[in-house]
Design a protein around this ligand. Structure first.
Ligand code: 3HC
Length: 318
């Protein structure tokens, strides 16, 4: 097929909501953008396990411990689906993980903040997973097939994550004065970093326009952030808590909430590796990777042994 025809076919598929599949022709920049976004997303799921894992051994009851454990395991699964989706674009897991470890690949800024109290587990579920879901529900319609399909399953699990977080906060919000205070303090610390998860303003976003044209992103950073504010501003009332923004106010003309300005200096600082926990998070991931080397070696040896056995017995590969 001539390049012109291939380009036209690619555009026809994008225009008509037909998914782009791994063996289809795609412009090199489309492939690269998908690798960048999907791998950043995968790294976020994996690094995102760290602030929560910190509380598994200190959860206040067996029930809460079991829920948190299941949630952290789900995040590992999400990371694996996403690495697999990115691999269909011609990169390898080793390459992606190496890029994370050398600080070349990004992951979500939110996971560079510390989880200081038990209430943080509730707020991470409610706000962080809540922000992630809003973004990811839109991404279920992303144009790259393997990414879209991975996200359908991820969103189902994320919605359980958000509910368990809110449920945990609801208990604290009806508890003792100390528990109420802990709940409000956690909301205060995580609110602004949660808004930063949606990325820079549309006017500052380098990838927005092209990604929207290619239907990799289905909504812009600002559109998603606004939906999140509108949702959280109502839900916080059920908790009897407040969001730490004096400018948060319903605007009946726009039919949405107005809200204050994000501290963009802080955002870029965290993205560039200078947030409160960036160094700690990367060091933990590198250590886990090194400590797990023997598992990978054993898995490769086992696969080779099975392959040899199949060849000797002339069995078909599964
Ligand atoms: N943290 C770190 N880096 C960020 C960021 C954030 N919150 N927001 C934006 N950036 C980076 C971008 O990667 C881009 O960097 P690059 O061009 O050098 O690679 C730069 O800042 C400019 O931003 P853009 O708006 O141009 O970037 P995108 O078009 O990629 O939009 C995004 C950013 C909205 C995060 C988009 O990549 C996206 O939707 N990604 C998929 C979802 C995702 O990764 N979510 C992360 C959270 S997942 C999660 O929280 C796990 C769950 O279990 C809770």
């Amino acid at each position: 097929m001539a390049l012109q025809d291939a380009d036209a076919l690619f555009q026809h598929k994008i225009d008509n909501e037909i998914k782009i599949e791994p063996k289809d022709f795609m412009p090199e920049a489309y492939r690269k953008t998908n690798i960048r976004q999907i791998s950043q997303h995968a790294h976020s799921e994996i690094v995102g396990m760290l602030p929560e894992a910190n509380w598994i051994s200190r959860a206040p009851s067996l029930k809460r411990k079991a829920i948190l454990l299941a949630k952290v395991q789900d995040e590992a699964g999400h990371g694996l689906y996403l690495y697999s989706a990115a691999e269909t674009l011609g990169t390898s897991r080793d390459e992606m993980i190496n890029d994370l470890h050398i600080g070349k690949a990004k992951y979500s800024s939110i996971f560079n903040y510390p989880s200081l109290t038990w209430a943080d587990m509730g707020v991470i579920g409610w706000l962080v997973d809540g922000a992630a879901i809003l973004n990811q529900v839109a991404l279920c319609r992303t144009s790259y097939g393997p990414y879209a399909r991975a996200l359908v399953r991820i969103c189902k699990e994320e919605s359980f994550h958000q509910r368990q977080g809110f449920d945990s906060l609801l208990v604290l919000s009806k508890g003792t004065p100390a528990q109420k205070e802990m709940c409000q303090d956690a909301i205060n610390r995580w609110w602004w970093p949660s808004l930063m998860m949606f990325g820079p303003k549309d006017s500052e976003s380098t990838n927005n326009d092209q990604s929207i044209k290619w239907k990799i992103k289905r909504k812009t950073n600002d559109e998603l952030r606004q939906s999140f504010v509108d949702m959280a501003a109502e839900q916080v009332k059920v908790l009897g808590m407040v969001l730490p923004d004096e400018k948060l106010k319903w605007n009946s003309q726009k039919n949405q909430y107005d809200f204050g300005e994000i501290n963009w200096v802080e955002f870029w600082n965290v993205v560039k590796g200078n947030g409160p926990c960036n160094k700690q998070r990367l060091a933990a991931r590198v250590k886990a990777h090194e400590d797990g080397a023997w598992v990978r070696e054993a898995a490769i040896a086992f696969a080779e042994k099975r392959k040899m056995k199949r060849e000797i017995l002339k069995e078909p590969a599964i």
